[in-house]
Design a protein around this ligand. Structure first.
Ligand code: FES
Length: 180
């Protein structure tokens, strides 16, 4: 009976071994790559965390709540008519980060949704919780280095360069906001 060497007389035994090793190597590499590629597809629970739903039905005018979106604190605040009127009196040209009232509440007038992350070095500002200091402009105050934000989260004094960031969000209904 013919063995592998006699069946393929033109391929020396050493070359045959190289070819066989190469084939196993390719299979091995593909198998090793699969878990790596699979890790690059976010798991269902990670995809779910990409969006956060918040029930805002209990938030009365003048109140705010803190929530978490993608591991970051988010403040959801319902402004009073007086706060909005006061904010509209501010000359936008005088602001460090020039945003109008409408730009700060792009989805629904009266509702502010912004990250609770100071734009200086990332501390969590105070002002969304009951009894917390709101700073000299009645909005949010970052105690780390003294940044003062107004009720619309616009930087007014201190080292922070920008207004508090507004994440993507929509109202799914009158009482539910979806962030993300
Ligand atoms: S981190 Fe907020 S003022 Fe520095």
């Amino acid at each position: 009976m013919a063995d592998a060497q006699t069946a393929q007389p033109d391929i020396p035994r050493r070359d045959f071994l190289y070819i066989a090793t190469g084939a196993f190597g390719a299979v091995g590499t593909a198998a090793a790559l699969w878990p790596f590629i699979n890790q690059m597809n976010p798991a269902a629970n990670v995809r779910a965390l990409a969006k956060t739903e918040v029930d805002v039905s209990a938030i009365e005018e003048g109140m705010a709540i803190k929530t978490i979106w993608q591991s970051k604190p988010v403040f959801v605040k319902r402004l009073t008519a007086a706060e909005i009127a006061e904010a509209e009196k501010v000359d936008v040209a005088t602001l460090r980060d020039k945003q109008t009232v409408a730009e700060r509440m792009p989805v629904k007038r009266g509702w502010l949704v912004n990250l609770g992350v100071c734009t200086h070095l990332g501390c969590v500002p105070l002002g969304a919780g009951q009894g917390e200091p709101k700073g000299d402009y009645g909005g949010f105050f970052c105690p780390c280095h003294g940044s003062h934000y107004d009720p619309l989260g616009r930087i007014r004094r201190g080292p922070a360069p920008l207004n508090l960031e507004i994440p993507p969000y929509t109202f799914k209904s009158d009482t539910v906001i979806e962030i993300g």
